[in-house]
Ligand binder design. Structure first.
Ligand SMILES: [Zn+2]
Length: 275
């Protein structure tokens, strides 16, 4: 006789669980995720949320260790929704950070969900949109570029593919940003369909791409160069990265950072400070 892994009662020959126990388990798990998402979006009471999550886990025979997982999933969904709807405000950032502390989410757990990285990057975008130079950039042990006197590193991308487009094309953007003062914010979904045709570009090198308040610096084993932001004629967003055109006669330079949303929001708005 098999024993149901959810309720512990006999489940019949060859059965490991009752169908209704499985359904109940899944419904409770989903509700835990949903409740968390709603609580985060509404800036809710995490003490109350936690009590309800424990209750639901009991009702659905959900293992204790899965409570945190469901909460993290709900938090992630909330982050993605917030970033899609617009710029992450300071007060929303505070709620999102409080949640991480309340549930004692470790760096390791957070790194496993892409939304934590997305949140950090969204906050940097907000600071740039506000016309300020973010001071939360990663610490760089040794500056790989030669910076000018008032030049400051805002972000350093690693493993960036530096490519050149085979043709002198002008990309046409199909998306529109959300106005934020004089700046503009582009949602992650704007980039989803902006795919780079890798057959149309030549991969020249892979290295570091530094974004400063004055330039884009690239350095790799074979090439090192910089592009002044004031010398850029146009920028194009791709899901995978950024296209930069310096003048009408040159072929676009493409930087594949694997995060076009962040790269484009960052560079286009820092560049606006120079226009
Ligand atoms: Zn059962």
């Amino acid at each position: 006789m098999g024993v149901c892994k959810y309720c512990g009662h006999t489940a019949g020959v060859f059965n490991e669980f009752h169908q209704e126990c499985l359904d109940n388990y899944e419904a409770c798990l989903n509700e835990m995720t949903e409740l968390t998402k709603t609580a985060v979006l509404n800036g809710g009471d995490f003490q109350k949320l936690n009590a309800r999550l424990i209750e639901l886990a009991r009702e659905g025979n959900v293992e204790k260790k899965k409570i945190k997982k469901a909460a993290l999933r709900g938090w992630s969904q909330a982050v993605n929704q917030i970033v899609e709807e617009g710029v992450v405000s300071r007060s929303v950032e505070r709620v999102l950070t409080e949640f991480k502390q309340f549930f004692h989410l470790s760096q390791n757990q957070l790194e496993r969900v892409g939304s934590n990285k997305r949140l950090i990057r969204a906050c940097i975008i907000r600071e740039v949109l506000e016309g300020r130079l973010p001071d939360r950039s990663q610490s760089v042990e040794e500056m790989p570029f030669l910076l000018l006197e008032k030049e400051r590193l805002i972000w350093l991308f690693t493993d960036v593919k530096y490519c050149e487009h085979k043709f002198n094309v002008d990309f046409v953007s199909k998306y529109k940003g959300i106005e934020f003062g004089d700046a503009e914010y582009y949602r992650p979904s704007s980039f989803a369909s902006q795919l780079l045709d890798e057959n149309q570009v030549v991969h020249l090198n892979t290295g570091l791409l530094g974004i400063t308040n004055k330039s884009l610096h690239f350095t790799g084993p074979r090439r090192s160069f910089k592009i002044n932001l004031s010398q850029i004629m146009s920028l194009t967003a791709f899901k995978e990265g950024l296209g930069v055109k310096r003048d009408v006669t040159s072929k676009p330079t493409i930087f594949i950072t694997e995060d076009g949303w962040f790269t484009y929001n960052l560079v286009s708005n820092i560049r606006k400070m120079h226009l």
